[in-house]
Design a protein around this ligand. Structure first.
Ligand code: ARG
Ligand code: ZN
Length: 881
């Protein structure tokens, strides 16, 4: 047990820093065991709050010297402990503070601060990594101009990079060299970056709309230069889009990206020097799937967009994280919607929200989009802050429309450029610029939990009216027993018996306008009445998913069947199909448990037939339409006493039945969607492959076994990774010889490629065959795996724990025990990644009694373990609370 409970940091305790830092000069002499950092800070008392002792953050540092205005301080003029350097007495006004410290990048397995990744020195400072490089005011409201001089052995590190512009470089004695970088934009320390090593690069140019020439460079391990072209093109598209959609131009002479193989998350927006997980840069048709290409485009955009939403306007404190993350996710979603299919993107985003954010919001780790308390800030880079945060921006966008939204954003940048802002600042700028009262809307930022909207529709044929009665409820969440009503925008349409949208005329309106209307639900219960409704319609509710809520209504199964054939809103058309299929699956789960009769539900197969026959339909959208809801989605809808085996069985059976019902249609489209010519990752070809592979996903499970041959042939004939992995993924779920052969062939072909090996690991970890757990156990000792690399951990262990419901939740608890053991092993090396993995237990209360007790036992084992990190402690204790 821990001796002392880590203390929570509270939003209400925010106070501005007592001192300001105007400029920072760093000299970093790289060495794997002891990198020496000489920092020179020009500081002054903060006129707003100032004076008193100066408390600098610093962790895992060896302090060699402190100088104040050039004079070395005697050790009794300051105090050092494991987390701070405190100097009680300082002159009034301005002063210069220097420190000399060392840190050990080679021994840094936590991958925060300065570390070595396959021989490359790199940094990750968000949220609090800079304090592992030097003593500093490591908080986002401390903004300074940085100059960084890097010294290194020229052979080990021919390339030396930091933020801003290169101002000087040269040779030094004994094989060393140096480079000096200057970043003119004041920034918080979390945006600092340094990279050094043996790196190759590709280069391009971009001319901004005002004519500024920008050099673009992507740095990779030598040999990977041929995998950067797509990322570079995506970067240029992002730069252009931000100019057009938001009027935002790039502001330095050079923009650099470095790809590294050991990285705790996806990527990082350091000023002028983004650092990426190489998974989100490197792509070649034979190594990357369509999904990889799409992620690369989205993440390149996300990090680039941070230059304005995050860097030029940064966050006052870490409670405001959604100010940059939610907003930047919203921006990258819009970018992707403009580059590809808007409907497919919306479906993908809502899927992600429901699979990751809803369970978080409805479980023990629920927190507001702007949290008011944390123990370890790294635990708050969550689906709630990112994805729900983006939904909040989207709701404002829905409420005011694109033009007014843009006005609000322009005002936000105008007011806060160069500042560290708050959610209040953002809402004020939007409210002033877009002319909207957001007072009630603001509750979305402080209340946690997913609101539920209950809708009941009633047609009155005598009066020709259609009435929607809406009620909102939000269940209690940790620390928040009662909620005030939200401002919820709900887009609706009324679909007539002919399948066409009716014109909508609300009570009190002169004439009808628009066929989709956004209704403002602001009270607990409200009624909306439409007039001149000549025939009984079917309402299409929450079109485009205009609010992050769960919705229940008095719609019947036949209404969903009608909507999945007719709804003009593509999102709701997909949604209707999912609701129909979920209803069927949930009924069959119940039947399996009680020995009742199962339904075959021919309407879904019927819908598939129609969708496949519709030549005008975008294939990518068609692929979404024909897929069944995942086992996790069904579990979440059931919500309590979840029986994972029954869900698995119900879904498998339905999938086989559908395959048998529409086999000829599936085969026809499988043939027709074959893409000829050289591979292109563009949305059109990718859509055809998605539909073709979705067909294969059904056909492979035909009871006569003919599909296995088909999948094997698909695997052998694949000339790109998308098709190869699709076939392998299908075969991995079937216990046949072809499975063994395909896995072996794949391994032999790709064993030299660490990114492709991640796919090989995760396909085995997510196989629904009973052997998956044993396979994971043995793969832990395979040369393709190492627990020290976060991508390997995510590929093998996280995917098993979060994407293999039926095997992770094995009845004997062996899956839980394995993951818990790995959490503890990992915690000693990398607390951030360990705490993330532990998140796999967050929904433990929704399973049956036996599994609940097995899971809680593992959580207690972790919470009670000796010497665990703050990261893991916070997740374990809150999950159990
Ligand atoms: N700001 C980065 C991004 O969203 C992510 C940084 C995550 N940091 C962390 N400590 N978890 O692009
Ligand atoms: Zn971000």
């Amino acid at each position: 047990m821990r001796t002392e409970e880590p203390r929570a940091v509270l939003l209400k305790d925010y106070a501005p820093p007592a001192y300001l830092i105007d400029t920072v000069s760093l000299e970093v002499e790289l060495d794997p065991a002891a990198t020496r950092v000489h920092s020179k800070l020009k500081m002054r008392t903060n006129p707003a709050s100032g004076g008193g002792p100066l408390v600098l953050d610093g962790e895992k540092l060896t302090l060699h010297e402190v100088r104040l205005n050039g004079e070395t301080l005697s050790p009794n003029a300051y105090q050092v402990d494991g987390r701070h350097l405190t100097i009680p007495d300082l002159p009034a006004g301005e002063f210069t503070l220097e420190t000399v410290t060392t840190c050990g990048p080679e021994a840094n397995t936590a991958l925060t601060g300065l570390y070595l990744s396959s021989g490359i020195y790199c940094t990750q400072c968000e949220a609090q990594g800079f304090r592992r490089i030097t003593y500093y005011l490591d908080r986002p409201d401390a903004m300074a101009v940085f100059t960084t001089r890097i010294v290194a052995d020229e052979k080990v590190a021919p390339v030396l990079l930091s933020n801003g512009n290169l101002v000087k470089e040269g040779k030094l004695a004994s094989g060393k060299h140096f480079a000096e970088w200057h970043d003119p934009f004041p920034k918080p320390a979390y945006l600092f970056a340094l990279v050094a090593g043996r790196l190759g690069h590709v280069e391009d140019k971009f001319v901004t709309k005002s004519g500024r020439k920008v050099t673009l460079r992507i740095f990779v391990e030598p040999g990977n230069e041929d995998r950067c072209a797509y990322a570079l093109e995506a970067l240029k598209r992002s730069m252009r889009w931000d100019e057009e959609a938001f009027g935002r131009e790039y502001d330095l002479d050079i923009f650099m990206i470095v790809a590294v193989s050991s990285f705790n998350m996806g990527a990082m927006e350091n000023k002028g020097l983004n650092v990426f997980n190489d998974k989100y840069i490197l792509a070649r048709p034979d190594t990357a799937t369509d999904t990889d290409y799409a992620s690369i485009e989205a993440i390149i955009a996300h990090e680039y967009f941070h230059n304005w939403t995050g860097n030029r306007v940064t966050c006052r404190d870490w409670f405001q994280l959604c100010l940059k993350e939610g907003l930047t996710v919203f921006r990258d979603q819009e970018f992707t919607s403009d580059m590809r299919s808007r409907a497919v993107k919306r479906i993908a985003d809502v899927r992600l929200l429901r699979s990751h954010q809803f369970p978080e919001d409805q479980g023990p780790l629920a927190h507001p989009v702007r949290p008011d308390s944390y123990i370890e800030i790294n635990n708050f880079y969550t689906a709630t802050v990112y994805e729900k945060g983006a939904e909040l921006c989207r709701m404002i966008h829905t409420l005011v429309g694109p033009k007014r939204f843009r006005k609000g954003m322009d005002l936000y940048f105008e007011r806060h450029d160069g500042e560290a802002a708050t959610v209040e600042d953002f809402l004020q700028a939007l409210s002033d610029g877009a002319k909207i009262d957001l007072t009630q809307f603001k509750r979305w930022y402080s209340q946690s939990g997913t609101p539920e909207v209950l809708v009941s529709g009633r047609y009155d044929s005598a009066r020709e009216t259609y009435t929607l009665k809406m009620t909102q409820v939000c269940a209690a969440t940790p620390g928040q027993p009662v909620k005030e009503p939200y401002h919820i925008p709900i887009a609706v349409g009324l679909v007539g018996p002919d399948g066409k949208d009716m014109a909508l005329q609300l009570d009190g309106e002169e004439k009808p306008h628009a066929k989709t209307r956004v209704l403002n639900l602001t009270e607990r219960t409200q009624t909306f009445r439409f007039r001149n409704v000549a025939e009984k319609p079917v309402p299409s509710l929450l079109r485009g998913f205009t609010a992050p809520v769960t919705l229940s209504s008095n719609l019947k199964e036949r209404d969903y069947v009608f909507l999945m054939a007719n709804d003009s809103d593509p999102f709701n058309r997909w949604e209707a199909a999912q609701r129909y299929a979920s209803g069927l699956l949930i009924a069959n789960v119940e039947a399996i448990r009680t020995g009742g009769k199962r339904r075959r539900g021919t309407a879904f197969a019927e819908m598939i037939r129609k969708v496949l026959a519709d030549k005008k339909l975008d294939p990518d959208f068609a692929a979404q339409m024909i897929l069944l809801p995942s086992e996790q989605a069904i579990a979440q809808m059931i919500g309590k006493d979840v029986d994972v085996d029954a869900i698995h069985e119900a879904r498998e059976t339905l999938r086989i039945a559908i395959a048998a019902d529409v086999r000829d249609d599936l085969k026809r489209i499988y043939e027709r969607m074959k893409v000829d010519g050289p591979y292109s990752p563009d949305a059109e070809d990718a859509g055809r492959r998605a539909l073709r592979n979705a067909c294969l996903g059904y056909l492979a499970f035909l009871p006569d076994g003919s599909g296995v041959e088909m999948a094997a042939a698909h695997f052998d004939g694949a000339d790109n990774m998308t098709d190869q992995i699709a076939a392998l993924g299908v075969l991995a779920n079937i216990d046949v010889q072809e499975r063994t052969r395909a896995l072996e062939t794949f391994y032999e072909q790709w064993k030299g490629d660490h990114l492709v090996m991640d796919k090989w690991l995760s396909i085995q970890a997510t196989s629904s065959l009973p052997r998956a757990l044993d396979d994971v156990k043995s793969l832990l000792h395979h040369p393709a795996f190492t627990i020290r690399n976060p991508n390997k951990v995510r590929a093998l262990i996280t995917s098993f724990a979060t994407a293999n419901q039926v095997r992770f939740h094995a009845a004997d608890g062996a899956g839980y025990a394995l993951v818990a053991e790995k959490v503890l092993e990992l915690d000693a090396l990398n607390p951030q990644v360990a705490a993330r993995l532990l998140g796999a237990f967050k929904s433990w209360r929704q399973f049956d009694r036996k599994r609940r007790s097995l899971m809680s036992r593992q959580l207690e084992r972790i919470a009670g373990a000796e010497g665990i990190s703050r990261d893991v402690y916070e997740i374990a204790s809150k999950t159990l609370a």
